[in-house]
Design a protein around this ligand. Structure first.
Ligand SMILES: O=P(O)(O)OP(=O)(O)OP(=O)(O)OC[C@H]1O[C@@H](n2cnc3c(O)ncnc32)[C@H](O)[C@@H]1O
Ligand SMILES: [Mg+2]
Length: 198
């Protein structure tokens, strides 16, 4: 396989883009898909990986470059895995603060022992829009949902996600530390190995 020297990141989420860029930018020239198109493809898949593939395919098509997409979310055990693939749309598109408020309300009154959750990250890399064999990677990060937000770092559900191995919320972790241990870091480690840049 030809080494990949440049790729388009198929995300419109600033927090995600920052993390992906920090994890890849030393080895590969990365450009956001917004350099090529403002259109966000509808996430019609029923699984994280289907949505990652369709976002990457769209980005490869509009850019003519290899494309990497990240479809991720939060799966809460007490909610049967919700919000899951609907994490970004949990509060009907009203944004991170509304998503977090809805999650806290859904778990109101539940003790710590019943607040297990995991962040899921899937990555899909397509060498071109018709690539029949995308590189697919996943990473999971186990934790617990807090009773109130903590911390200012990160994005999305980070202020509500308790990280047992660090005794703090993921929004209290310095960016470099989150990027070493998160679901995204784990998926990215697999991708780096597949690309031979580990
Ligand atoms: O689809 P793109 O354009 O990449 O951007 P998005 O924000 O819509 O991304 P997703 O469809 O993958 O939805 C992911 C959701 O899960 C949340 N999420 C994913 N990774 C996270 C992380 O590391 N920390 C906090 N929240 C995260 C994020 O805030 C979104 O609400
Ligand atoms: Mg999305």
């Amino acid at each position: 396989m030809q080494p990949i020297t440049e790729l388009v990141l198929a995300s419109h989420n600033a927090g995600k883009l920052k993390e992906l860029q920090a994890m890849l930018g030393k080895d590969i020239r990365v450009r956001p898909v917004s350099d090529f198109s403002a259109i966000e493809p509808e996430e019609t898949g029923l699984s994280f990986i289907e949505n990652a593939i369709l976002k990457a395919r769209h980005a490869a098509r509009v850019s003519g470059l290899p494309a990497l997409a990240d479809d991720s979310g939060l799966a809460v055990a007490a909610l049967g895995g919700a919000p899951g693939i609907y994490s970004a749309r949990y509060a009907d598109g009203q944004g991170d603060a509304a998503n977090n408020a809805k999650l806290l309300a859904a778990l109101q009154g539940l003790p710590d022992a019943e607040r297990d959750a995991q962040f899921v990250c899937t990555l899909a890399l397509l060498r071109h829009a018709e690539d029949p064999l995308p590189i697919l990677c996943e990473g999971l990060w186990h934790g617990r949902i807090l009773h109130a937000p903590r911390g200012e770092q990160g994005f999305g559900y980070d202020p509500l996600f308790w990280v047992p191995e660090r005794d703090c919320s993921s929004a209290e972790l310095p960016a470099a530390e989150k990027n070493r241990i998160s679901h995204r870091a784990k998926a990215m480690e697999i991708l780096r190995r597949r690309l031979g840049i580990a």
